[in-house]
Ligand binder design. Sequence first.
Ligand code: BES
Ligand code: MN
Ligand code: MN
Length: 463
Amino acid sequence: MQHINNYISEHKDRFINELMNLLRIPSISADPAYADDVHACAKVVESHLLKAGANNVEICPTPGYPIVYGEKIIDPSLPTVLVYGHYDVQPADPLELWESGPFEPVIKKTDIHPDGAIFARGACDDKGQMYMHVKAFELMMETNSLACNVKFMIEGEEEVGSDNLGDFVKANKKRLKCDAILISDTGIIANDTPSITTGLKGLSYVEVEVTGPNRDLHSGLYGGAVANPINILCEMIASLKEENNHISIPGFYDNVVELSTQEREDMARAPFSLDEYKKALDLSDIHGEEGFTTMERTGIRPTLDVNGIWGGYTGEGAKTVIASKAFAKISMRLVPNQTDEEITKLFENYFKSIAPKSVTVEVRPHHGGEPYVAPTDSPAYLAASAAMESTYGKKPVPVRSGGSIPIVALFEQELGVKSILMGFGLDSDAIHSPNEHYGIFNYLKGIETIPHFYTNFKAEFKG
Ligand code: BES
Ligand code: MN
Ligand code: MN
């Protein structure tokens, strides 16, 4: 469709500049110090939706950060697409590892992005991907080619667990009524290998606290005679896994849906090079659950990882001390049909049961979420697949991701609608890490592909 490419080539510099301005707002939802910036970012998103031609644009307050809503209903008899994205970003630290300021976007060429990539926190996750939808909408409005009704729901708390979005969805079921939910907050395999995400993992996230003596002690006077909570915590963490990297929490795998041989064979057809995988991470070997491939480990098997661990003395020089307390943050990524609540409970029971009497243990659950799988034969999947085939010249492969977007399972539960995860990022884009970036190619390709989705979905959808 020529009008799409014409519009993009005429406006691409402005598309890039507008995104760079959006990236200058440090909308870090996790850190209260940035509260004003998160609110300011919502206002900017609101103004862009308005300018692009959306109606009923509104900043919907929540007890946390607001949800930006807008819509364009062109004909109630046409199918309606609900676009979801998030304008909040992860904290930027460790700051010293950034080559340029996380909120001072710059365009640099890389091996993987010869056309250049925008480096900034949120460039890929998710401002860049969310903004593609606003620009694709502008394009469709300006070229009179919008094929479906569209509703936008852009939230500001995804990176902290979408605590208030669930209530918003439950309270606004009528307003959010739709026939498909379209989300770009995931990735593709490579710029010459398009893919569509058909699965997301659930999440159980806990913080543990191990307490030994009631105060920090001299490690010579007391060492060897009382429990050192850091030593004990390490032993407890070590016993969460067996030698073959199975998770040893009793009952952990009870509800895990095993894939059939056929399904595993289908999965293995997605292109993957172990050598390139290792090379990209500077690893001489990989590590994971015995009996499963790397794609299976990330895509269909539940996992357990320590995300942070602390306690005792970590400053300059040596301090001889036995700390009173040790802490860790532990996440478990879940697959169908594990539930956050059940797994958190199993973890807590087991973790307390393996603690020696010489310490006390507290387990504090954080936000979590349920896993999600999408069919590959729905009208929305077929529309997305054909859209990518048109713009990449290749049929996208379905891929189950190791990442989580907990609200997607809730959308299905509350709205009865499946989400289509048509993301355009690359694993190497360093989301959540220093030097996050998003390829200009990917950004523009997304803007080009989205209008195809709307025309295809209109044709595929039969009510
Ligand atoms: N967009 C990501 C999730 C993602 C990225 C899924 C790439 C698949 C491929 C999202 O913003 C995210 O970071 N989710 C968190 C969970 C959330 C509860 C903090 C995650 O996966 O850790
Ligand atoms: Mn995201
Ligand atoms: Mn994220």
